[in-house]
Design a protein around this ligand. Structure first.
Ligand SMILES: [Zn+2]
Length: 291
């Protein structure tokens, strides 16, 4: 079905946004994340302008709700080199889902699901189910705003309906498959985005949805505290997954305020007053682009 798409339309409507998270977790972050009840709704924060992507305001629209989020039980795409899908094989023989291939992650996952290869994914080294629970807790912090009607999301285990996938990797690599050791990346998010005008045309029936090459948003979280290190403590994963889900929801860049979850080192590991003000502002703004 994909190959029948008019290429011109696809190329016209498709832009790619990528988000790179080179985060260094401070000890205070992990401690903050362990505090119970961390998902309180702070008030009176300041909107930080970095939420805006280079393509403008990016956020989901109500017609896409509830978003279906699939936190996989340890599945990894990092070693994907399946030659049965030649367009998805890295020219260097390394993994497609490397940091160098960040923009390709949504396409890779869409192809894996469409080609019924999902069941062939293996579990990442060092993964355990505490990590799944930590990721669910981190993502769950953003539930606080559902009551305000900003958005809705729920977990799914059906890859065919998922809008957002969480995968796992022991560490991130470059396109040659070599571990990236010079930073302390805990997670990374990649999404394709489309002009809001196109989405409106789809919603009004002017463009059939199958003519727009929608792809899932893909998050990868690490299972090791550092490359080739021990399993990551769950507290750190709570912060990392909460931060990445902020990117999933549309906060594109990083706050420069060190207390914010959406700053590069995850602030205190919980949604700050500024994060709260920003997500509210974002979901009251007209989108320019939509995942
Ligand atoms: Zn980030």
């Amino acid at each position: 079905m994909l190959s029948e798409q008019p290429k011109m339309l696809t190329n016209l409507v498709r832009v790619v946004a990528i988000i790179l998270c080179l985060a260094v977790l401070l000890p205070s972050v992990a401690n903050a994340a362990k505090k119970p009840g961390g998902a309180a709704r702070p008030v009176g924060g300041v909107v930080y302008p970095q939420f805006r992507s280079p393509f403008g305001v990016v956020r989901w629209v109500p017609e896409q709700m509830p978003l279906k989020v699939f936190i996989t039980h340890g599945l990894t795409i990092m070693d994907w080199r399946n030659p049965e899908m030649p367009e998805m094989v890295n020219d260097f023989g390394g993994p497609v889902a490397s940091m160098d291939g960040l923009a390709q992650w949504p396409k890779l996952v869409k192809e894996i699901v469409l080609n019924e290869r999902f069941g062939k994914l293996r579990v990442a080294d060092n993964y355990n189910e505490d990590m799944w629970r930590a990721a669910a807790r981190g993502i769950g912090q953003w539930k606080a705003f559902e009551k305000e009607g900003l958005y809705k999301f729920e977990l799914t285990e059906n890859p065919e309906e998922a809008n957002v996938f969480i995968f796992w990797t022991p560490h991130f690599t470059n396109k040659m498959g070599m571990g990236i050791t010079q930073n302390d990346t805990k997670g990374c998010t990649s999404k394709d985005i489309f002009p809001y005008k196109v989405i409106q045309q789809v919603l009004s029936g002017q463009i059939p949805p199958e003519r727009v090459d929608f792809k899932p948003v893909v998050v990868q979280l690490v299972t090791c505290e550092r490359p080739f290190g021990p399993p990551i403590p769950p507290g750190k994963l709570v912060s990392a997954s909460a931060h990445e889900f902020g990117h999933v929801l549309g906060i594109d860049g990083h706050s420069t305020n060190p207390v914010d979850l959406m700053c590069l080192n995850y602030g205190r590991g919980v949604i700050s007053a500024n994060d709260a003000a920003t997500i509210r502002f974002l979901y009251r703004s007209r989108p320019d682009v939509v995942p």
